[in-house]
Design a protein around this ligand. Structure first.
Ligand code: SF4
Length: 441
């Protein structure tokens, strides 16, 4: 299209390559998995189990207010901050010096947070262990049918960062051992047993409810927990009376591949069964993620949305939207050719840049076939000359997809990249492989 300049970023390539070489060699476990190790075990070792519909509806409302509150907090520091250390990953809701965790719910929560919600305090403890501190905050958004939630703010101070690090290591080792040995026996009793755990309801888990109670003691590490009513009132007042309305198309892939979305939307058959994710050594994508997210906390965070686009967040590295790709190419990409050889990269990054209000983005590529880690990684920067045009293109695609669905006429929509047809369940009815060349737009 000629409206993008691509060049290789040699210094960034060298920096991330050094991080890749010194990676942990471990597949990361998330803080939320460490806190609920039994559901995490079954999630990693069995086919996906959907959450009950009633809980999904509650979660959707909670998510909408969660996003609205993050928009308020974004002025004071990065949101949805990705951190990865020593085989543990976390996505911290807000990090303005200290980590902040946002919770939503319908029931009241009193001032004694450690007694009423010990799992929230444990989560903050693990965040502190990851970012190197001993203080955190929790914001509780109490949802009501009448509109804007009331926000309660809590400040938590822990005694010893070193003890928190030890607890993090113990909880990581416990779950990793269970997963690697395919044996959940040493894991503590599930907090959700008998309370609507989806794995129990689906008959997937082997839990009995008589397992030993949790032994990792986070409560004893608390120095103080204080409710901060002024802060809660300020946050409550900053919220709009209603969360932003949901966008018609929620994810980038829906309009990146509109023809595929068309068939998915009209497909009334049962969902094909998913596969267990498994738990083996880290693949190249995991290693790239570790290199990217293993830097100083705050480098990888959500970029506040602007203009039109999907609800899906745009994540930035050092304030630049990025794509992380694994390639089986034998040779590194030539910057001058990448936009024409892989137009999907330009399209996806263009949409993300427009959504984040940026003109520059990065494509970070890992090469599976490279013989040495020294040659495995490449960072390319894309500079878009007409950023606003990508927002317009998003709207054009959204309208075309809506029209196609209304008229039951998919063939005017751009075909997906040719390689997708090989594993696409709609290939026979769509016929893209016969009709289309590599059309991307
Ligand atoms: S058959 Fe091809 S164009 Fe059609 S939905 Fe599948 S991948 Fe996309």
């Amino acid at each position: 299209m000629g409206d993008v300049d691509v060049r290789e970023e040699a210094a960034l390539t060298a920096e991330l390559t050094a991080r890749l070489r010194s990676g942990s060699g471990r597949r990361a476990l998330s803080v939320t998995e460490l806190l609920l190790p039994r559901p995490a075990y079954w999630r990693r070792t069995s086919a996906p189990v959907p959450a009950p519909l009633a809980r999904q509806a509650r979660m959707n409302l909670g998510r909408a207010w969660h996003r609205a509150f993050e928009a308020v907090l974004a002025a004071e520091g990065p949101t949805e901050v990705r951190v990865r250390r020593d085989g543990v990953s976390a996505r911290i809701d807000h990090l303005a010096g200290i980590p902040l965790e946002i919770k939503t719910g319908a029931t009241p929560v009193g001032a004694d947070l450690a007694r009423e919600r010990p799992e929230w305090v444990a989560q903050l403890a693990l965040y502190c262990a990851l970012v190197g501190g001993s203080e955190g905050r929790c914001a509780y958004l109490r949802l009501s049918a009448g509109g804007r939630p009331a926000v309660s703010a809590f400040e938590v101070r822990f005694r010893s960062y070193e003890r928190l690090r030890a607890l993090l290591g113990d909880s990581e080792a416990r779950l990793r051992t269970a997963l690697e040995g395919r044996d959940p026996t040493p894991l503590p009793r599930c907090a959700w047993f008998g309370r609507g755990c989806e794995f129990q309801t689906a008959g997937v888990c082997a839990c009995r409810g008589s397992e030993p109670a949790e032994t990792l003691e986070f409560g004893s590490e608390i120095e103080t927990v204080t409710e901060a009513p002024e802060l809660g009132a300020r946050w409550t007042g900053a919220l709009a009376p209603a969360p932003p309305a949901a966008e018609r198309w929620a994810r980038f892939r829906e309009l990146l591949y509109p023809r595929r979305t068309y068939f998915e939307q009209r497909d009334e058959g049962p969902e094909p069964p998913g596969e267990a994710p498994g738990f083996g050594p880290p693949d190249l994508y995991d290693r790239l993620l570790e290199a990217l997210e293993g830097g100083p906390p705050g480098e990888v965070a959500s970029l506040p949305p602007q203009g039109t686009g999907p609800e899906e967040e745009v994540v930035g590295w050092r304030d630049h939207p990025y794509l992380l790709k694994v390639s089986r190419a034998w040779d590194r990409y030539a910057p001058a050719e990448i936009a024409s050889r892989f137009p999907q990269y330009e399209l996806e990054l263009g949409f993300r840049c427009a959504r984040a209000g940026r003109s520059n983005g990065l494509v970070i590529v890992g090469y599976e076939r490279a013989e040495r880690d020294d040659d495995r990684l490449q960072v390319l920067s894309f500079a878009f000359r007409e950023r606003d045009r990508w927002g317009e293109r998003w709207n054009e695609r959204a309208e075309a997809l809506d029209r196609a669905l209304q008229d039951a006429a998919p063939l005017g929509l751009p075909a997906c990249p040719r390689w997708m047809a090989d594993s696409c369940p709609y290939a026979a009815v769509c016929g893209c492989a016969e009709r289309e060349t590599r059309s991307q737009r």
